[in-house]
Design a protein around this ligand. Structure first.
Ligand SMILES: NC(=O)c1ccc[n+]([C@@H]2O[C@H](COP(=O)([O-])OP(=O)(O)OC[C@H]3O[C@@H](n4cnc5c(N)ncnc54)[C@H](OP(=O)(O)O)[C@@H]3O)[C@@H](O)[C@H]2O)c1
Length: 361
């Protein structure tokens, strides 16, 4: 069983050392820059003097990011905001055209836009979801690279792709996402080999869990997303999940001349989760109070789906039985949830709950 105790004390946070990059005169296009990692990356590039193109489907969010970029830009350079969908070829063509028309060139392409959506092979809508996730996470990168290469060749530019540790190990329920990201890793290497002679470098970053809108974008309520991050915090050898700026730091590094000899590389940025083999929930025992309905029930089912052993508890035994059934259905190893009928306001119930959990698991 995973020893959580050893992961909860220390946190690897940033000290006061900082690297100062200078991207003055460079034009950087970042997809998926309306939130999360992409937004942080746009702001960091703007701060380092770059001319930045931000893009996503939500115009209001892009305007917010644009404002932040302007605020930090040393020469007060306004970001170009282009509302576009990466799965639509005509949008991508318009994005590149507007970029070239506005800034005259392209130096750095950050293929960051991406999304997940849990599904299993026997789901009715599995294949629809598969096609959609391949379009967002893989095909969009392939197409954008295809139409940007002529511009990157002129500037001897580079590309940074954003993959995931989901490309490197399975997460049950995320086959389409993992497959798309795994293909993205291979595409990166193929492009590095093909474009090296044109002096274009191509690299990929594989983040672990990062606190962004990624989970809510899949339809989970923000409270559930926060809860998941709290649990992930305890799974991380470095004691915390990633923040968008962690990944943005790596993007700037790979895009900079400090990485002039790096191409075709994967940079894994996951707080040690892969090394510790700790993300599938296989070794986790998770106790969720208030899990007979609503958010608690949904949390129990999601943890069960990730392979965890789940303890569900509340006052209504019949409801707990229903949730228990759902957990069993999605558990990859068929682990039965422990159902404990208890009242959280009664100390003796809480003591019994913990005793039963420890005895059982
Ligand atoms: N957060 C994590 O734990 C994590 C871990 C590993 C890898 N990643 C990867 O990191 C990248 C950034 O994700 P994030 O964590 O920053 O999540 P996020 O906050 O949800 O950002 C996703 C970005 O992608 C854009 N996007 C999604 N679908 C799009 C579409 N069809 N057309 C255009 N833009 C689209 C979104 O913009 P609009 O909604 O405005 O279109 C948003 O700006 C993704 O590739 C993700 O797979 C994240």
């Amino acid at each position: 069983m995973l020893d959580l105790g050893k992961y909860t004390d220390a946190k690897c946070t940033k000290q006061n050392m900082s690297v100062k990059y200078d991207f003055t005169g460079k034009v950087v296009l970042i997809t998926g820059s309306s939130s999360g990692i992409g937004a942080a990356t746009a702001v960091q590039f703007a701060k380092a003097g770059a001319q930045v193109v931000v893009t996503g489907r939500r115009a209001d969010k892009l305007a917010e990011v644009g404002e932040q970029c302007l605020k930090v830009s040393p020469k007060g350079i306004k970001a170009l905001e282009v509302t576009a969908d990466v799965t639509k070829r005509e949008d991508m063509r318009r994005l590149v055209d507007q970029n070239i028309k506005h800034f005259g060139k392209l130096d750095i392409l950050v293929n960051n836009a991406g999304a997940g959506n849990p599904t299993r092979i026997d789901d009715k809508y599995f294949y629809d979801k598969f096609e959609k996730l391949m379009a967002i996470n893989l095909n969009s990168v392939v197409y954008l690279t295809h139409i940007c290469v002529e511009h990157l060749e002129k500037t001897k530019g580079n590309i940074v792709n954003i993959s995931s540790i989901g490309a490197m190990r399975t997460v049950v329920g995320f086959a389409p996402y993992g497959t798309a990201k795994c293909a993205l890793d291979m595409f990166t290497k193929c492009m590095a080999a093909e474009l090296g002679p044109k002096q274009i470098r191509v690299n990929v970053i594989n983040p672990g869990p990062v606190r962004t809108e990624f989970v809510t974008a899949m339809g989970s309520p923000p409270e559930l997303a926060d809860k998941m991050m709290d649990v992930f915090n305890k799974l991380m050898p470095v004691g915390r999940v990633g923040e968008s700026d962690d990944i943005a730091d790596h993007i700037l590094y790979l895009a900079s001349d400090h990485a002039a000899f790096i191409t075709g590389s994967n940079l894994v940025s996951d707080g040690g989760v892969l090394a510790a083999n700790a993300i599938n929930g296989d070794d986790l025992v998770v106790l969720i109070t208030g899990s007979s309905s609503g958010m608690g029930a949904a949390t129990a089912v999601q943890f069960a789906q990730s392979g965890a052993s789940v303890v569900v508890t509340a006052r209504r035994a019949d409801k707990l039985a229903e949730v228990g059934k759902q957990c069993l259905k999605v558990s990859p190893k068929g682990i039965k949830a422990l159902e404990v009928t208890a009242d959280v306001t009664k100390r003796e119930d809480m003591r019994r709950l913990v005793d039963q959990t420890i005895k059982h698991f």
